[in-house]
Design a binder for this molecule. Structure first.
Ligand code: NDP
Length: 484
């Protein structure tokens, strides 16, 4: 498997198949603007086949046991590892991200997701309770068939982040990757049968969120859905799922603060703010798009930050020295450029960037935006309140801890924050007061997969990661008998 492109296919009941409608739509390489593949426009009929296949396979997969499931998941990880360069190239072409990032982060972490949850599944167990009168224990039992819906920013990483715990805990899965970035999920599905995955255990349906995504959400034989994506979409899924009392996990948007105190390590905080602002073109839910800097060091930090951002190399994702590639699509590029216009209308001053970048050569028609730094905006304006999800950060000065916390907490979101200070007492105090699911101290995007992951406020409902994910995909049943 070295070539990709052409027709992507669904994976249903252990077979790669065309959508029943025979309809496809275009998939673009955002770095060149060229159509390079066709995506199945799946609908409710394809879903019906997948749900039937998954239910047929459910008892066998559940009863196989965690060790045997882990062996298959490790085999799939092995097969992906053998083709790691193909997967990285596919992710780069499909998404526009630098090849070095896909090769260094997305694909290795995706493979690791499979391995991590395969092993964790073998450690997953219920609880025991003894009293004078009774002995009780719990069973953690899979739902049978569950669904995962994932976004385009970290296509395979987030696809596997959901899929792996679902499979490891004994469920069969209907998985829907984003229509914008379907390629690596397709390549992975094409290896599942070779890895020994029984037919129907994994089903991958491609297509439009509004059509196949909505059909999945409302299907009566899918009792649990794990979703990562935008807050508006998540809210709609929550509403649709509530009609059938489905269990739902929602990982949604963010507007994350990077808080830099005057006693921060200067070089580390500059580097951290830059990484948090611009990694993956600012298209990570955890990106720090609001940089709050204590007023005594504001000017010095700003000037050096701007100087460093000017040095970020942007261009062909295949070039080894590229740090920022293309935005994921023309539509998304236009949305982000619209926010840069809005920032100026709101009185913001652009210190660097602010424009679409035309890259010479094969990427001349690609969707690139310069890394952009804006200052002079109040915390409450739309630019500082809404998720832009691009390479756009704002700088805001603050007086003291109280004001830093107030600004940090002033949005509808509560996903992530990073705090930069050499004072560990202050770090702990501020971390405790910031309303977000994760707070990093003097680092950003450092992840231990065993820790809970998720957002507060409009950034989500529930927690993923480690045992939390396995718990989500199972029902806990209590069994009680009189004490012996
Ligand atoms: P969307 O919400 O647009 O889409 C996410 C997924 O939902 C896609 O697979 C999409 O399919 C699908 N979808 C769209 N409409 C429906 C529907 N009506 N019913 C069911 N499924 C639907 O998000 P994006 O793909 O644009 O991703 C970016 C967003 O994801 C950002 O807000 C970002 O913050 C958030 N995110 C959150 C993370 C977290 O862990 N909290 C991590 C990463 C991203 P299709 O693409 O085919 O339309």
């Amino acid at each position: 498997m070295t070539a990709f492109g052409g027709n992507i296919r669904n994976y249903i009941g252990g077979q790669l198949v065309d959508p029943l409608s025979g309809k496809y739509f275009d998939c673009e390489n955002p770095a060149t603007g060229a159509v390079y593949a066709q995506v199945p426009d799946s609908d409710a009929r394809d879903l019906e086949l997948a749900v039937t296949a998954a239910h047929d396979a459910a008892a066998g997969w559940r009863d196989m046991g965690a060790q045997a499931r882990a062996a298959i998941m490790h085999k799939l990880a092995d097969l992906m590892e053998q083709r790691i360069d193909d997967f990285a190239m596919a992710e780069c072409v499909d998404n526009g991200k630098p090849l070095s990032l896909a090769r260094g982060m997305d694909i290795p972490r995706s493979i690791n997701n499979l391995r991590f949850f395969a092993d964790l599944g073998t450690q997953f167990r219920g609880q025991e309770f003894t009293s004078e009168k009774s002995f009780s224990y719990t069973l953690r039992q899979p739902y049978g068939v569950v669904a995962t819906i994932s976004p385009w920013n970290l296509p395979l990483l987030l696809f596997t982040w959901k899929l792996a715990p679902a499979l490891a805990s004994g469920n069969c899965v209907i998985a829907k990757p984003s229509e914008v970035t379907p390629m690596t999920a397709y390549l992975m599905s094409a290896l599942a049968t070779e890895a020994g995955c029984p037919a129907g255990v994994l089903n991958v349906l491609h297509g439009r969120g509004a059509q196949i995504g909505a059909a999945i959400t409302s299907h009566p034989r899918i009792p649990a859905i794990s979703f990562t994506g935008g807050t508006v979409t998540g809210r709609g899924i929550y509403q649709a799922a509530s009609a059938q009392l489905k269990k739902v996990s929602l990982e949604l948007g963010g507007k994350n603060p990077t808080v830099i105190f005057d006693d921060a390590n200067h070089d580390l905080s500059l580097q951290g703010a830059k990484m948090a602002g611009f990694t993956n073109q600012g298209q990570i839910c955890l990106c720090g798009s609001r940089i709050l800097v204590q007023q005594d060091i504001y000017k010095k930090f700003r000037d050096e930050f701007v100087a460093q951002v000017k040095e970020i190399s942007i261009g062909d994702p295949l070039a080894p020295d590229t740090l920022m590639g293309a935005m994921v699509s023309k539509q998304h590029m236009e949305k982000v450029l619209g926010y840069i216009d809005l920032a100026q209308q709101e009185g913001g001053k652009i210190l660097v960037g602010g424009n679409r970048r035309i890259v010479q050569g094969r990427c001349a028609n690609g969707y690139f935006i310069e890394p952009t730094v804006i200052e002079g905006l109040p915390a409450q304006c739309r630019t500082n309140q809404e998720e832009i999800f691009g390479p756009v950060v704002t700088l805001m000065p603050f007086r003291d801890e109280d004001e830093a916390v107030e600004i940090a907490n002033s949005t509808q979101y509560g996903l992530a924050a990073s705090i930069w200070t050499e004072n560990s007492d202050r770090a702990k105090r501020v971390a405790a007061r910031i309303d977000s699911g994760i707070v990093w101290i003097n680092c950003w995007n450092m992840r231990d997969l065993r820790t809970p992951f998720g957002g507060m406020k409009n950034s989500g409902v529930g927690r993923e990661g480690g045992m939390h994910a396995l718990e989500f995909f199972t029902e806990e049943k209590t069994i009680c008998r009189p004490a012996a």
